[in-house]
Design a protein around this ligand. Structure first.
Ligand SMILES: Nc1nc2c(ncn2[C@@H]2O[C@H](COP(=O)(O)OP(=O)(O)OP(=O)(O)O)[C@@H](O)[C@H]2O)c(=O)[nH]1
Ligand SMILES: [Mg+2]
Length: 397
């Protein structure tokens, strides 16, 4: 599972990345702070199932905290994108290739309004923050168009040879983008290009088609710097303008501060929660006290959370429709006594057999039946996995 952060320069992509991964990365108030991509591990938040059995889990990957399991997902942070990137403006758009494998994109906009389209600081806030979003969609369209154009000779040649159908040929070229053949076929039908020979396509055909393909990538919008004055109103206006997109107010800075304070043992904070608890007031410096008050007043009390955890959870569970499934047996422990050490994120529609293969190829090959550990009910290979299922796979020796 991979999520990619994109947006114009200085919106706080690296700040969100750091708040998610706690990795050391460069963050600064000038454009193009990030040049090479950052890759790290963030976590999706899942209700812990071991508690139902009166046990605390021992996760092999990720961690357990106060009733929740945090399951690893890969996060990628890239350079900033500016209008005209596909024509080489700014750092161009070639670095978007680092996001090819992303399952979903987190598009970041600057809710403070205090940066222009190049990410440079401006004095008076621009009120329409959806511009940060609109140009970016266009640049993504142009990036996909560019990939198709670069491969067009190959595409046309393969079509001429009639070895493959046009959707197969195009799906081959786009397979690096995790776009499936059936989706390519649908895009061809929807754009009315299914019957048209590829060599006959006009530039406009290619543009329309590229836009359709881009729409297949799930997008969640992070309206970052939500803690700044006037951000709430700007975010509300953008939500009104784009009711079909999931727009989440975020404060990367607040999330990072809370996570670091928790790490130092100053506060108790569960990522995604609406509040934190100061553990020992006397240990806090005046500056720390003020920072925590600022976060409570301008972020948690206004939005209900810093939004950062919600970004990941929304992308993985709501947009992508994944489910978290725990492999377990009647004892719920592995041979070393670890309680429910694993949790797997499975794509929508995954079956018990898919789960067996995910555990190990041999387990899939030798699948006999699955058991719902809670109810002890026997499940066949076609059983469709549900979120938070605990499944035991029985297989031949
Ligand atoms: N107030 C506020 N400032 C933020 C927040 N997130 C980031 N910033 C500031 O915004 C500036 C840019 O942050 P970065 O994380 O470097 O932005 P970026 O999008 O990675 O920038 P490039 O790598 O240059 O594209 C820094 O000065 C951050 O401190 C936030 O949630 N609230
Ligand atoms: Mg950056």
């Amino acid at each position: 599972m991979k999520l990619g952060l994109v947006g114009k320069p200085s919106v706080g992509k690296s700040s969100l990345f750091k708040a998610m991964t706690l990795a050391e990365v460069d963050i600064a108030d000038y454009p193009f702070t990030t040049i090479d991509p950052n890759v790290g591990v963030g976590y999706v938040k899942v209700k812990e199932v071991a508690l139902e059995f009166g046990k605390e889990p021992n996760p092999r990957h990720g961690y357990y905290l106060k009733g929740y399991r945090f399951v690893p997902v890969e996060i990628i942070d890239v350079a900033g994108l500016v209008p005209g990137a596909h024509e080489g403006k700014g750092l161009g758009n070639k670095f978007l290739d680092d996001l090819r494998q992303a399952d979903a994109l987190i598009v970041v906009v600057d809710a403070s309004g205090k940066t222009n389209e190049k990410g440079e600081a401006v004095n008076s806030a621009n009120e329409d923050i959806s511009k940060d979003f609109e140009f970016l969609l266009h640049e993504l369209d142009m990036w996909i168009k560019g990939i198709l154009e670069r491969n067009w000779q190959k595409i046309a040649r393969l079509e001429m040879q009639k070895v493959k159908s046009s959707e197969e040929v195009i799906a081959d070229v786009l397979s690096g983008l995790k776009i499936k053949e059936e989706d390519v076929k649908k895009a061809l039908l929807d754009t009315g290009l299914y019957e048209k020979q590829l060599v006959q396509w006009s530039d406009d055909d290619l543009m329309r088609f590229s836009k359709h393909i881009r729409k297949l990538k799930p997008i969640v919008v992070a309206a970052n710097k939500a803690d700044t004055p006037g951000a709430k109103e700007r975010i509300e206006a953008m939500k009104k303008k784009y009711p079909d997109y999931t727009i989440i107010p975020t404060s990367a800075q607040a999330e990072l501060a809370l996570k670091l304070a928790a790490k130092q043992g100053l506060i108790e904070y569960v990522p995604g929660d609406s509040d934190f608890k100061v553990l020992d007031e006397s240990k806090l410096t005046e500056k720390q006290k003020n920072a925590l008050e600022y976060i409570k007043k301008n972020v948690l009390d206004v939005y209900g959370s810093t939004g950062v955890q919600q970004l990941i959870d929304t992308a993985v569970f709501d947009l992508l429709g994944y489910v978290a499934v725990f492999p377990g047996g009647s004892k719920l422990e592995d041979k070393d006594g670890n309680v429910l050490p694993d949790c797997f994120l499975m794509p929508p529609g995954s079956t018990a057999l898919d789960f067996a293969y995910r555990l190990h190829k041999d387990i899939g090959d030798k699948f006999v039946k699955a058991i719902d550990v809670r109810t002890k009910k026997v499940l066949g290979k076609d059983y469709v996995l549900k979120h938070l299922d605990i499944i035991e796979i029985m297989h031949q020796a």
